[in-house]
Design a protein around this ligand. Structure first.
Ligand code: TRH
Length: 374
């Protein structure tokens, strides 16, 4: 079974983050031969430092990573072709698909959303002008969707770190993170956010010390403004009961492990959002802002699903913090409500991850879709 996955890096790391994980999983767990076509190899090199951004073709973790360069050089199409996030295949590649005597499955892998309409659209074909069919494949949180990316051994690896304090400490030490006993450990990965200062103020005065880990990225400007000084990678800075430590942007596997080690993860976009759910720890989602506020419906849809089973107070705390964080609004009040429900939110995050791990993962669901289509 041969797969071609096409990834156009729009911005940030979500597009490459998702496709790179999917490509590796199809190889490692589904025995597929995968070519991953990437138009911006530097983005891949950020999350996978073994990638050489100068190479037109390289083999990484069993995946044939190819530069999606212009002009397109003709290749024989695979059995199944994934156009990630409507990135539009090269016209010449589509012509070769059309001319091929073999049946080729053409899929558009969509963005993740918990909105109701997703189940109705998942798996639907759309007839293209050239007579080929393209199917819409939607990841999601409910049975009628394509599921979430989750490697077969992910939860076992997570548990090995979460259930063994020595393993957790070893990992943190490898990142040069040393936390004071009794501290709450939080990771922060977000877009620019006007709510940051207010939240950091809350953390400085809290009775429990907080150690905040910030992988370098778009939030750095807000952080440095609040600190009133440039932040050096690695060196902890102290303000009241808050310690802030900026970390270098790390490779994907390390970031996963970091999420497992933290008591709370502030994440963003799509891929870190899913990984934080697998970490089975409370999370605060900074959703990718879309034009005309389209992201608000997505945020509300996910919150409605996620808050199911929480007490009214805990659900209100999640909604309060998530809405304020995404609006750049004052956080003091919702944050104090959140802290009152901490134990319930921690138990809920574990139960949520367990429930989400029941259906097939996205890579397995894609392969099943292909088999059914054959
Ligand atoms: O980077 P993101 O904001 O990505 C996206 C893109 O903006 C995309 O265009 C948009 O459509 C989508 O969001 C919704 O956030 P995301 O999706 O979490 O991707 C980040 C990736 O970077 C993820 O795979 C985790 C990885 N990562 C590392 O590998 N190392 C790190 O240190 C960190 C912080 C993240």
């Amino acid at each position: 079974m041969r797969w071609d996955i096409f990834c156009r890096v729009v911005d940030n790391y979500g597009d490459i983050g998702v496709t790179w994980r999917l490509a590796r999983q199809l190889v490692a767990e589904q025995g597929a031969a995968v070519r991953l076509w990437v138009d911006d190899m530097t983005a891949l090199a950020r999350i996978c430092p073994q990638a050489d951004s100068e190479l037109a073709s390289q083999c990484l973790h069993g995946v044939e990573v190819r530069s999606w360069a212009q002009p397109w050089q003709a290749v024989e199409p695979a059995n199944a072709v994934i156009e990630a996030f409507a990135c539009e295949l090269p016209a010449d590649y589509v012509s070769t698909m059309l001319a091929s005597p073999a049946r080729i499955l053409w899929l558009n892998l969509e963005y993740l959303s918990a909105e109701d309409w997703v189940e109705g659209c998942h798996g639907l074909p759309s007839l293209q002008g050239n007579g080929l069919q393209k199917f819409f494949f939607f990841p999601g949180f409910t049975a009628g969707t394509g599921g979430l990316l989750r490697e077969q051994d992910l939860l076992v690896r997570r548990d090995a770190v979460q259930q063994d304090p020595v393993a957790r400490e070893r990992f943190l030490k490898s990142m040069d993170v040393h936390i004071a006993p009794g501290s709450r450990l939080i990771s922060l990965f977000a877009y620019e956010n006007a709510a940051l200062a207010d939240w950091l103020d809350c953390l400085t005065s809290h009775v429990t010390p907080t150690h905040l880990l910030v992988p370098e990225g778009r939030i750095m400007g807000d952080l440095q403004r609040w600190l009133g000084q440039p932040s050096e990678i690695g060196s902890p800075v102290h303000r009241g009961s808050l310690t802030i430590q900026v970390l270098p942007f790390m490779q994907q596997e390390q970031y996963d492990a970091l999420l497992w080690c933290c008591d709370l993860n502030l994440i963003r976009g799509e891929d870190s959002f899913v990984r934080a759910q697998w970490a089975a720890r409370p999370l605060v989602w900074h959703i990718y802002p879309q034009e005309e506020g389209a992201h608000w419906d997505k945020l509300e849809a996910f919150m409605a699903l996620y808050c199911h089973g929480l007490s009214a107070a805990a659900a209100a705390a999640v909604q309060g913090v998530w809405r304020a964080w995404n609006a750049g609004a004052p956080l003091a009040q919702p944050w104090s409500e959140w802290l009152r429900c901490e134990d319930e939110l921690a138990a809920h995050a574990r139960a949520w991850a367990k429930r989400q791990a029941v259906p097939a993962d996205l890579a397995a669901a894609l392969v099943q879709f292909y088999r059914n289509w054959l």
